[in-house]
Design a protein around this ligand. Structure first.
Ligand code: ASP
Length: 348
């Protein structure tokens, strides 16, 4: 689909999810609509002085079924079309949007154009849909330029419920409200009210404007997440931390990075680290950061070889591990790079 030949050109990429669903008159179930007809559903898009092309994935999926193959297809589509468009808007289910945005954030290096994920809680065909507002604002932001005619937001981000959030900082916080995403440890990059207010000082730009886009396609997903909780058994901890086929474990710990201080637990953690597994400490709290020097329980993890995840989200921690394990064979190299700020995912 092509319309409005103009200066700015955008590519809408529909991967699936609620936003592109319509009620089927025959049985009232939700089914994806033909995306080449997007202008019929959202005539507001025709008002932009931009050329908007649309591409649908096949098959369209509920984002609960996202697999690394989808991330690879998205990254290579963006790479192929990079010179043909000024920005990209990815329509994606909300359930795993934060995972996909974080992973694409690490896969795309030297990004000089916007890649904005959006979606909705209600299908775009329903009268009270939040999809139109989300889509129209995401398109406006993807088309926005600064005073030097450069993309205003050259980051992988999520636009949802009036906020533009850095992808590697975002998390879904509400299953039903329209205002469903937050980046608890980082301010929004922009907020949409009567006008869109950009926080330009917070928006990351590529280090060199002329550096070409680089995509990283090697992902190693042999990562497990162990959420520490009262009553966790030794067997569960052992199965996850010492399990075969697992190169890294995210320990979702209490508060500022604390876990069980009993020797049975720290012994398993130490054994996992000694076996060359990468152990990454992320807090279960929505906001704040891991500091393993604060309490003896945290210090015990640090001494056993666990790396601090600082104020990263679990989604970003997982994506960063997929990326670094794909790039590096050596666990020590992975550990060293985990603490580096690669895409604005961690505060220093
Ligand atoms: N289950 C849907 C999905 O993530 C929910 C949504 O799109 O909001 O694809």
């Amino acid at each position: 689909m092509r319309q409005n030949p103009g200066k700015t050109s955008l590519l809408l990429i529909y991967t699936g999810g609620t936003i592109g669903m319509k009620e089927r008159p025959s049985d009232q179930t939700l089914v994806p609509f033909d995306f080449s007809q997007i202008l019929e559903e959202v005539p507001e898009l025709g008002k932009f002085a931009a050329r908007i092309d649309a591409r649908s994935f096949d098959p369209l999926i509920d984002s609960s079924d996202v697999e690394p193959g989808l991330w690879l297809s998205l990254a290579s589509l963006i790479e192929q079309e990079y010179d043909n468009y000024d920005g990209f808007v990815v329509l994606h289910g909300t359930d795993t949007m934060a995972y996909s945005a974080a992973t694409l954030g690490f896969m795309l290096e030297n990004l000089g154009k916007p890649v904005i994920f959006t979606g909705s809680q209600l299908p775009i065909g329903q009268p009270r849909t939040d999809g139109k507002e989300n889509l129209v604002s995401a398109v406006e932001i993807a088309a926005a330029k600064d005073e030097r005619s450069r993309a205003r937001v050259p980051e992988v981000s999520i636009f949802f419920g009036a906020r533009l959030l850095r992808g590697v900082r975002a998390t879904k916080v509400n299953a039903t409200a329209f205002d469903a995403f937050r980046s608890p440890n980082h301010p929004a990059l922009a907020e949409a009210g009567i006008s869109i207010r950009y926080r330009d000082a917070l928006i990351r730009r590529p280090e060199r404007e002329d550096a070409p886009l680089r995509i990283h396609t090697k992902l190693d997903t042999r990562v497990a997440i162990l959420k520490v909780h009262p009553g966790i058994t030794e067997q569960v901890a052992r199965n996850v931390l010492l399990g075969t086929g697992i190169r890294a474990v995210i320990l979702e710990t209490y508060g500022s990075g604390n876990a069980i201080s009993k020797p049975w637990f720290t012994d398993i953690v130490r054994e996992a680290a000694d076996r060359g597994k990468v152990l990454f400490n992320i807090t279960q709290c929505l906001a704040g950061e891991v500091d393993m020097d604060l309490y003896a329980t945290g210090r015990a993890l640090k001494d056993a070889g666990v790396v601090s995840g600082g104020d990263m989200t679990t989604e970003a921690a997982l994506a960063k591990l997929f990326h670094l394990l794909g790039e590096e064979a050596d666990a020590e190299r992975v550990k060293a790079r985990l603490s580096e700020d690669l895409r604005g995912e961690i505060s220093k």
